[in-house]
Design a protein around this ligand. Structure first.
Ligand SMILES: Cc1cc2nc3c(=O)[nH]c(=O)nc-3n(C[C@H](O)[C@H](O)[C@H](O)COP(=O)(O)O)c2cc1C
Length: 178
């Protein structure tokens, strides 16, 4: 499937605190299920969404290294919590705190992935935006995408090491406990 380049509008969309955006994919990240909330917020029809690669909603501000970490984690059988900004069909964007997990068959093989996303706290996004901007800047300044991603990954690793947390712990540390 050829992906049309969507120009971000800079307009933010949000969804209800009681809503969950759900999608499922095959092992390659091709969307096999999208719930009503996902379709409503992203602006795509079920027909457009099913069979599309999950990067259909990729926002250009997202650092590549975050998706690299996501795929490394889930393809090795673990779960991950991650802050992600996504692009709607019309170029608007929405932030989520995503919980992505592998789905196993009875033999313990990964047969797909599942993601549930909630509205993140405003303060968490205020913390994440400059960090992602720094990582993206490192990626964009490198001579090629792989070097850029590795350098950004290194920076993210250092930031986490300084805070003494894994990415998951860091993501949770930003969740307001009421
Ligand atoms: C279950 C699952 C959920 C995903 N959710 C998102 C998402 O919400 N937004 C996104 O940009 N990528 C998501 N991805 C990652 C995409 O597959 C892809 O790696 C990412 O958009 C980067 O695209 P690129 O490799 O073309 O740069 C998800 C992957 C899986 C397996």
């Amino acid at each position: 499937m050829t992906r049309k380049t969507i120009t971000p509008t800079g307009r933010e969309r949000t969804f209800g605190l009681d809503e969950i955006i759900v999608s499922k994919t095959d092992p390659k990240g091709i969307i096999t299920y999208a719930n009503h909330t996902f379709l409503k917020v992203s602006g795509y029809s079920e027909e457009e969404m099913l069979g599309a690669p999950h990067n259909i909603i990729r926002h250009p501000d997202m650092p590549r290294c975050v998706f690299h970490l996501l795929w490394n984690t889930i393809s090795s059988g673990h779960e991950i919590f991650a802050y992600v900004v996504n692009l709607c069909k019309n170029g608007d964007h929405y932030w989520v705190l995503a919980h992505v997990t592998p789905t196993f068959n009875l033999k313990g093989e990964i047969v797909g992935y599942h993601s549930s996303r909630r509205v993140p706290d405003k303060e968490a996004i205020e913390t994440i935006v400059p960090i992602y901007a720094q990582l993206k800047n490192i990626e964009d300044s490198a001579s090629d995408w792989r070097t850029g991603m590795e350098e950004a990954e290194h920076t993210l690793g250092n930031l986490l090491a300084d805070s003494g947390m894994t990415y998951d712990q860091f993501a949770f540390s930003l969740v307001k406990c009421v």
